[in-house]
Structures are given as C-alpha cells and as structure tokens.
Design a binder for this molecule. Sequence first.
Ligand SMILES: Nc1ncnc2c1ncn2[C@@H]1O[C@H](COP(=O)(O)OP(=O)(O)O)[C@@H](O)[C@H]1O
Ligand SMILES: Cc1ncsc1CCOP(=O)(O)O
Ligand SMILES: [Mg+2]
Length: 285
Amino acid sequence: MGNKNQSLEEEEDWGMKSWKNLEKVGEKSPLIQCITNYVSMDLVANTLLASGASPAMLHCLQEIPDFTPHADALCLNVGTLSPDWLPSMKSAAELVNELGKPWVFDPVAVSASDFRLKTCIELVGLKPAVIRGNASEILALANASRDTHTSKGADSSHGSMDAIEAAKSLAIASGAVVAVSGAVDIITDGQRLVGVHNGVAMMQRITATGCAVTALIAAFVAVDPLHAFEATASALSIFGVAGEIGMDMAEGPASLRMHLLDSLYGLDQATILSRVNISCMSRAS
Ligand SMILES: Nc1ncnc2c1ncn2[C@@H]1O[C@H](COP(=O)(O)OP(=O)(O)O)[C@@H](O)[C@H]1O
Ligand SMILES: Cc1ncsc1CCOP(=O)(O)O
Ligand SMILES: [Mg+2]
C-alpha cells in the first residue's frame, strides 16, 4: 500500500512538472538556436513553435558572435554533417558554455562514418547538457565504436532497453543527461533513471521526430537549466502525449505529423496530468 501510494505520488509529480515546464515554455518563449540537418529543419522549427518556443535555424559561422548570445539554448544535430558546418557547431557550443547557457546534442546516425563518429566524440567533449539519441546511436557513442553490422543510418536497430547501461556510462563519462528514445524513452544522469511510457510507434514513420524531440528538450532545458534531467523527461513525455492524441485523428504518417503538431499546440493541464506516464526505473548502485 505504502509503495503504491508512493508511486502514485511520483506519477502525479511528473505530470505537474511536465505541465509547469510546458507552461514556462509558453510564457517565456525561449529562443532556441538550431544547427540541424536539412531533413529536419521544418519539423524542428514547427515543433518548437507549437510548444510556444521560438526557433532560429542559423548555422553561418560569421553570424554566431552576434546571434548566439541572444539564444536561451542551442541544439546541435549532425544529421547532414559536412566539414564546413563543424566550425559553426563548435563555436556556438563554446559560446553558450561561456555564457552559462545549455546546449543539447543529437548524434544522428553516429555509426555512418569514421568522420561522423570522431565529430560526435569531439562535440560530446564540449559538454552538452543533454544528449538524445535512439538506442543504436547511444550504444555507438557510449562505446566510441561504429556499429557497422546492424547500423541502419538514422533509424535504430536496437530497442531502448538494450542501451540502458550504455546510457548510464555515457552520462557518467560526459556529465550530460542522456536520453534514449524508443517504445520506452530512457533518461539518466548516471544516477537516476526514469522511463517515459508515452508516444506511438507510428512516430518512427515520420522523418525527424527524433530531431524534433531533441529540440523540444532544448526548449525545456532553456526554461529550467538547473533541472536538465526533469526537463528532458518532461519534454519526451509531452511529445509522446502529443503523438498519442494525434494518432487518434491520424490515418498514417503524413496526417500524424499534422495532428501531432496540432495536439502539441493544444495541450492543457488536465490532459497532461492524466496522460504523462513517467516511472522511476532504478537508483544508482
Ligand atoms: N515504438 C514506439 N512507441 C512509442 N513511441 C515511440 C516508439 N518509437 C519511437 N517513439 C517516439 O518517437 C520519437 C522519436 O524517437 P525515435 O524514433 O527513437 O528517434 P530517432 O528518429 O532519432 O530514431 C520519440 O518521441 C519516441 O518516444
Ligand atoms: C533521414 C535522415 N538522413 C539524414 S538526417 C535524417 C533525419 C533523421 O531524423 P530522425 O533521426 O529524427 O528520424
Ligand atoms: Mg526517426
């Protein structure tokens, strides 16, 4: 009985935390600079706008000294990496670090090439507040080794549960909160570990939903930088809830994309309190 009450309290607490974070994003409309891949630019910008945040997709090196100091958080994504974007990524990350603002990293398809793996390792060295990837990406990054056998590019060949230990070790080694997306999203800071049981499988059939939720995490961390772990779990849960509600109206990936954005825009407190499903998975050993 005691345990049941305790777990109910935890669930209610996560619902309220998630609502408060979304409410803060709406009130503060944080400016999120995104240096992201060509595929994701549209969905990332629209996801941020639907949540109440303000996106800016700027990647020109010469603009970073003027613009980046105005951003409340930075989101870096290597999905369509090329060497000429790398100086901008590094310069923006170093600048937000100097200014004490958070940045969030998405190591899309880290196993694609030696160049991409080396770049991702260098970027992790620039101290992101949060790293969000799918299970295959987090496994490869944690092991600093390309998965050339089962790698499927930007899509995962593993379930999120397969990457729990990798996520913990990456979190400890990097100092970042690490999130592994999937049927259950796993979030850890190396000590705490929670699972987010929201979302629908069809979200994997829309390109850039992973990139979009990484940017949403940046918006949530921007409004609560001292609680990156809670902000990350909240953002993943809220995005999943938007997917669940969107799926009720969708006929396939294209209409889910539209309804997910509409649902994210329309979320209210009662819906969030009743649908957020985050549970504690373990404590540090
Ligand atoms: N099987 C699933 N069931 C529910 N939600 C899922 C499932 N797979 C992915 N998602 C959700 O889809 C979004 C994108 O995750 P994912 O597909 O793992 O990222 P990526 O595009 O980087 O591979 C996340 O919000 C995640 O929670
Ligand atoms: C398909 C693809 N190719 C390079 S970047 C990209 C988008 C990947 O987005 P996500 O990892 O969020 O599905
Ligand atoms: Mg995807």
